[in-house]
Design a protein around this ligand. Structure first.
Ligand SMILES: *Cc1c(COP(=O)(O)O)cnc(C)c1O
Length: 413
């Protein structure tokens, strides 16, 4: 790579207002981590917090921890913190379960709010779990719930007077393409439909304004850009205007108005707590809280701006140095319309990614042929892009990915 380009990247790092945040993460020194969109890295604060939870809270407080260590309120407390990252006023977001489970709960609740309608609109090529959960829900509910899976460009017009609920992923898991949230919420509102947003790749990656754009419901992952750790609990948002009437089918005791009265009858809690089902996973939630606290220290606009700039710079370097080497952009060209990751197709995408990972540049592979690279603004450096693009170029140019070792498929790609 030309010296001028490297100097330019170094100058960007030197001027980066978020540069010091990298120190807050524990990252192996010999890798370029471009997969914070799939599994965020470990924050040092999380390490400290988890040790404390284990040693002092669980270890010493035992069952008393539910009162003395604040475990009981964690679901709403961390929910409110995540709310600040997704444009939600307090009291509308909770942390619990997985994104898949939360999706089932909110879509069921939304469908029940539109009893005279049966159509659910979603996108073909949406994240698989979203489609599978909708399939399961519609089989369970029966005639009153039919899923209309549209091509992306047809989604807007499919939202009509028969539509009960629209279920969309805000930032597409593969292409990173962003749906215009405000326009879709408005369209749905005009025809009396409700919208459920999957924010798995949005939270802490792109500016997201649920309240201001009139969103109804949302769900999203804790372990991606929120850095909550593998299998971290997920979040659920429901706009306050829906709270009095919404009912979700997994009515467990944590969603009860008075769980410790131990009544035989279910009475939903007021407000967002009724979206909860069972006991909060305290260890996972503690890890998530520690990493969300780190995210809340920085200026969100600065964070999103850096993610875009990293992504744009990477795209430019790929165009400049990997032209003619078989890569095809699968993402929108304009960073305004994509989230904090980018994907390229390559005939041998799986093997190329395995080769890259072996060389310390960690992205991931998404079938059938996509290589995905994430840009996490809190720990990535502009000079990391140099290492990454240089390695990609070497691998493609030498065809070292043809080595059979890189063809071997792992259970998780
Ligand atoms: C990662 C992701 C999920 C993951 O759901 P889990 O229940 O955590 O496995 C769901 N939806 C989208 C859009 C995702 O990107």
């Amino acid at each position: 790579m030309a010296d001028g380009d490297i100097r330019h990247l170094q100058a960007l790092d030197d001027a980066d207002p978020l540069a010091a945040m990298r120190e807050r993460f524990l990252l192996p020194s010999d890798i370029v981590y471009m997969n914070g969109n799939s599994l965020g890295p470990l924050c040092r604060d999380t390490q400290t917090r988890i040790s404390r939870v284990i040693d002092t809270e669980w270890g010493q407080e035992l069952i008393r921890g539910w009162n003395t260590a604040g475990w009981y309120d964690m679901a709403v407390r961390i929910g409110d913190k995540i709310g600040r990252l997704i444009g939600a006023e307090p009291g509308q977001t909770v942390v619990s379960d997985s994104t898949s489970v939360n999706l089932f709960k909110v879509v069921a609740a939304a469908v029940a709010l539109r009893p005279e309608r049966s159509k659910i609109v979603t996108e073909a090529g949406n994240f698989p779990t979203d489609l599978y959960v909708l399939d399961g829900l519609s089989r369970y509910v029966g005639q009153d719930c039919k899923v209309d899976i549209c091509r992306r460009n047809d989604v807007f017009n499919a939202i009509d007077e028969q539509t009960a609920v629209v279920v969309l992923t805000h930032v597409h898991y593969m292409s990173g393409a962003i749906f215009p949230m405000a326009e879709i919420n408005l369209r749905a509102r005009e025809v009396g439909a409700l919208v459920v947003w999957d924010l798995s790749h949005s939270a802490a990656a792109v500016a997201t304004e649920l309240d201001a754009t009139g969103a109804d419901f949302a769900v999203g992952c804790g372990y991606k850009h929120l850095n909550g750790g593998p299998g971290a609990p997920a979040f659920t948002y429901a706009a306050a205007r829906h709270h009095p009437d919404m009912r979700q089918p997994l009515s467990g005791w944590f969603g009860h108005a008075k769980p410790f009265v131990f009544s035989d009858e279910f009475a939903p809690a007021d407000g967002i707590r009724r979206m909860l089902c069972g006991t909060t996973p305290v260890l996972g939630a503690s890890a998530l809280e520690a990493s969300v606290d780190v995210l809340l220290e920085v200026d969100a606009e600065e964070m999103y701006a850096k993610a875009k700039k990293l992504s744009r710079t990477f795209q430019e370097l790929i165009e400049q140095y990997c032209d003619g080497l078989g890569l095809r952009l699968l993402s929108p060209r304009d960073t305004q319309w994509r989230g904090a990751h980018i994907s390229y197709a390559h005939e041998q995408g799986y093997a190329v990614m395995q080769n890259l990972i072996a060389k310390g540049v960690i992205g991931d592979f998404r079938a059938p042929n996509g290589m995905r690279f994430g840009f996490s603004p809190l720990f990535m450096r502009y000079t990391d892009l140099h290492t990454a693009v240089q390695t990609i170029r070497e691998i493609l140019d030498s065809r070292s990915y043809l080595d059979p070792a890189y063809q071997q498929k792992h259970a998780v790609t």
